[in-house]
Design a binder for this molecule. Structure first.
Ligand SMILES: CC(=O)N[C@@H](CCC[C@H](N)C(=O)O)C(=O)O
Length: 371
């Protein structure tokens, strides 16, 4: 019965994906749902488009925090689901619909039967960008409900349902968004020598970025530079006077991030000279690496061992998560929850198995009661 309810909630949330700090319908959905739970142990406060829910424990010796991110992505869904996104060009393609549903499921159980410790649920906006964790951490509500320990999960399409994974130490990368604007001289398609073509310049720059990864980063270290969007030009026979690249940088240390950024800036200065153009770089949102507390991961592994589910040691991944900011200030950890989907994260066909919802609720509840 609980599984049916969880599936219904997940599907309803799946239909209303919203971008960072615009999660108005999502926030309302969550608040309406929380309002129907037994209220005696709950204190609910909103922050921007997010929500804090404090659950008073029977003893209250400490406070355990659990964070669920709530935003969607700008992507056209291709799952063929009957319950596909109702918001054009928006999709829950990173599983935050499941993250929220699992949080609501665990919260329902605790509202009905509080833990010994106090618990705080953080429904956090804008994980995909521009980052809700850092400002949420600085909020007055966080000061009021501040947890002693905090954890979060992320769906893992490559793991079977019933398997979770994590590791002590570094789990996810340092990230920085990357926006590069090129401004040159456009003109007639037939007279390239009288212009400084920003399509050609920006295209060469994309390739050069990969040269930085391959030739400027220590091969025993790792970095990723991905350009996910290119914008330029107006029509096929006008040489473009402007171009814009939008991407992201991933590294395994803050130092490597500084190094990569320094190299990008050097290349940009060279391109300005060689291509008679102006290159402007903006790093947008930067996320601190996700660094798990070893002791908390060990406690979690022991909790999983008491269940029918499997724990695996995770590998590091170049994904980013602004939850890293929370782990910078508070002991805690993040873990992957197996959802077994052929399509991966940020793909338009992502179809997580809904049986994973109950696994998530069980493990979050047990961890909130067991840390
Ligand atoms: C789990 C996940 O997929 N997170 C995102 C975080 C994006 C941060 C930022 N917008 C950036 O692109 O650098 C990810 O893409 O890893």
């Amino acid at each position: 019965m609980e599984q049916e309810k969880l599936i219904k909630v997940r599907r309803e949330l799946h239909q209303i994906p919203e971008l960072g700090f615009k999660e108005y319908k999502t926030q309302k959905y969550l608040l309406d749902y929380i309002e129907k739970m037994p209220q005696s142990a709950l204190t609910v406060e909103t922050w921007e488009t997010g929500i804090f829910v404090h659950v008073k424990g029977s003893v209250g010796a400490k406070t355990i925090g659990y964070r669920a991110d709530i935003d969607g992505l700008p992507l056209v869904e291709e799952t063929g689901y009957e319950f596909s996104s109702l918001h054009e060009g928006r999709m829950h393609a990173c599983g935050h619909d499941l993250h929220m549903t699992i949080a609501l499921g665990a919260l329902t159980r605790l509202a009905n039967d509080p833990a010994e410790d106090d618990v705080v649920f953080l429904f956090q906006p804008a994980e995909e960008g521009p980052g809700g964790a850092e400002p949420m951490l600085q909020s007055e509500q966080m000061e009021k409900f501040r947890p002693d320990v905090i954890f979060a999960l992320h769906v893992a399409p490559d793991l079977p349902v019933g398997t979770v994974s994590s590791k002590p130490g570094l789990l996810f990368a340092n990230t920085s968004e990357l926006f590069i604007d090129f401004k040159g001289v456009g003109g007639h398609a037939a007279f390239p020598h009288l212009t400084h073509d920003m399509v050609v310049t920006a295209s060469a720059f994309v390739t050069h970025l990969q040269q930085i990864v391959a030739r400027r980063v220590d091969p025993l270290d790792s970095a990723v530079i991905t350009v996910g969007k290119i914008e330029s030009g107006t029509v096929q026979n006008i040489i473009a006077q402007a171009a814009r690249l939008e991407g992201t940088i991933r590294t395994l240390s803050p130092e490597a991030m500084d190094k990569v950024k320094g190299e990008i800036e050097k290349v940009a200065r060279g391109y300005e000279i060689a291509n008679d153009c102006k290159v402007t770089i903006d790093y947008g949102a930067n996320y601190h690496q996700v660094y798990n507390d070893g002791e908390q991961v060990r406690l979690f592994e022991n909790i999983v061992k008491e269940t029918p589910y499997q724990f695996q040691t995770a590998n590091m991944a170049m994904t980013g998560e602004d939850f890293g900011y929370m782990l910078k200030e508070l002991p805690g950890f993040m873990f992957w929850l197996g959802v077994d989907s052929e399509s991966g994260l940020h793909q338009p066909g992502l179809k997580p198995k809904e049986e994973a919802l109950e696994v998530g609720v069980d493990l979050v509840e047990k961890t909130l009661r067991g840390l």
